[in-house]
Design a protein around this ligand. Structure first.
Ligand code: C5P
Length: 360
């Protein structure tokens, strides 16, 4: 089938938006965490919860608009004005039936994993400089490939396995640079109220986030491809299942330091300034654009968009954070970019599961 002009435009717009969003998120999140003293930091748990609530609401509105509201032919048609008045109820009824479908529980697994991942991102962004975080986070291509082979029984070509090896080497080289940088902030001592970065902690957080990203992404793909449910309905289900794990750290902190509910609610938004809101907004945009890329493009192009964002983040870090361009960083980033390109090359001989079929 020939893709519609609108579909082609949306595909390109969503890919470019994802590349810009990816680098914006890294930069804004990093700035929002490290530019302020720890005593003035906002709650990452609140940010993750807000992200899920806002993304869920927007997905709900989109899903609502997409519901087929044509009347049930078995029901009497009634007067035209009555038919019109009934539309919102018809839409809500059909939508709630779709959202609470018997298989909705399947989204609970990626939902929990994504909440963990979104929390880990804050730990990583607080402890690694923006460009190092961006490059190291590319390891998720490795975990995604691993889980695709394990869960989706996808076969990889030899050049893709080679690309994965290059990726690991590239990320390793970038880590050498992060290790060198580690000694600088810790020398500032912990007594002062200044943000200090712990590269090891940041790296462990990224490694764990890569694991959850790969598993959640592949699981989400499995759920999408094995059913006919609308992508936006799946997004609403994902957000609904995210609410409980996103609320859990907030409830625990309330239990450990009891306070009147009003004061506690206010404390949730303590220090929640412009940069915190900007981080949440860019994250919400990311969730929605990821869904659009899955719908209008495919995972191959998603990989390209993400690798493009490394270059954007890197150049912006040099300008904004006076990030020093060391030889090891350029070499490591270059290898990561070449590996990403190599991984996305179509194989000469057909390989089972390649190209990745377009998602709904
Ligand atoms: O880095 P990665 O591609 O794994 O990031 C996915 C991000 O997009 C996560 O923050 C996740 O919460 C979000 N997402 C979403 N809706 C989807 C898939 C992912 O909001 N359907």
């Amino acid at each position: 089938a020939v893709p519609s002009l609108c579909g082609v435009a949306l595909k390109h717009i969503s890919l470019v938006t994802l590349a810009i969003q990816n680098s914006m998120l890294t930069l804004i999140m990093h700035h929002s965490r490290v530019s302020i003293p720890p005593s003035c930091a906002y709650s990452a748990a609140t940010a993750v919860l807000l992200n899920e609530v806002l993304k869920g609401l927007i997905s709900f509105l989109i899903a609502y608009m997409r519901v087929d509201h044509s009347a049930d032919p078995s029901q009497p048609a009634g007067l035209p004005w009555a038919q019109k008045a009934r539309i919102p109820f018809v839409r809500l009824r059909k939508l709630s039936r779709d959202i609470f479908s018997p298989d909705c529980w399947k989204l609970s697994i990626p939902a929990i994993l994504y909440v963990i991942q979104n929390n880990l991102q804050y730990v990583a962004a607080s402890n690694l400089d923006a460009a190092t975080f961006q490059v190291t986070y590319q390891m998720k291509i490795l975990t995604t490939a691993g889980f695709s082979v394990l869960l989706l029984r996808r076969k990889l070509s030899s050049s893709q396995w080679l690309a994965l090896l290059f990726l690991a080497i590239g990320v390793g080289i970038v880590q050498i640079q992060a290790g060198e940088a580690r000694s600088v902030p810790t020398a500032l001592a912990a007594s002062a109220d200044v943000h200090t970065m712990d590269a090891l902690k940041g790296f462990l957080a990224v490694a764990a986030a890569c694991f959850t990203s790969g598993l959640a992404g592949v699981y989400f793909e499995m759920v999408l491809k094995n059913s006919h449910a609308d992508l936006w309905v799946r997004n609403v289900q994902l957000s609904l299942f995210s609410l409980l794990p996103a609320l859990a750290p907030i409830i625990f902190s309330h239990a450990s330091t009891p306070a009147p509910t009003g004061a506690w609610l206010l404390a949730l938004f303590h220090n929640f300034g412009l940069w915190a809101w900007a981080t949440v907004a860019v994250q919400v945009l990311g969730g929605l654009v990821t869904a659009m890329v899955i719908k209008y493009s495919d995972n191959i192009l998603k990989g390209f968009a993400t690798s493009l964002s490394i270059v954007i983040s890197f150049l912006a870090s040099v300008v904004l954070f006076r990030f020093k361009m060391t030889f090891t960083f350029v070499l490591g980033s270059g290898i990561v970019l070449v590996a990403t390109w190599l991984y996305n090359q179509p194989p000469r001989r057909p390989v089972r599961g390649w190209p990745i079929p377009l998602q709904r």
